[in-house]
Design a protein. Sequence first.
Length: 225
Amino acid sequence: MTLLAHAIAPSPPPAFAHEGLRGRQLAWSEAGDLGLWSTEWAPDIKLERNDALEHHRLVERICAAQPCLPVRFGTAFATPDDARASLDKRAVALRAALSRVAGKSELALTLLWREPPTSTPIESASGPGRRYMEQRRAEFAAREARRARAESLVQHVIAELAIDRQLVWHETCTSDNVAVSLAVLVPTEQAGERRMELEQIGSRFPDVISVLNGPWPPYTFARIE
């Protein structure tokens, strides 16, 4: 029997329906003032897409009951002792992360470029080698201009939201289509209002399409160093 992890939370746990994935037993492994919610699992049972969706719903249920750090789907521990050892090893960082996310939910904003990257042929009387180098230089300049624009979009969003930068995570230009991937932690009771603010901010950028998700558990901010 293994433990399929769902979320790390402070102890003691609240009263909770002890049903995990596929109706199996939900286990609580405690190490001092921290604990891990997990489903008692058998190594020979293959995880499926529906299990990932149920994992998400279970994490939402846990986070509604207490502060928690979602664990990546598929993370497993061979024994409860292994789970407790993992908590002990990272206890200081986990406590800090739990304090950061307590009472908060995550909103995720993705900004997609409206136009694909362009590649303008270089007209030159010089030889093919020179034309190739000029083309590469032009492509590099275009990528850097897009990256600079993406960073300016991030700064604009943060300024408009007037939010602590420690509560914002972002990446830029992770693919040809994505300008910005950004997540913010907001007070759960203000999540609806903050979501509308993000929608309004994103709609004002003429060169990107805004896609907003959440509120949901603080997946992005569960990461620790």
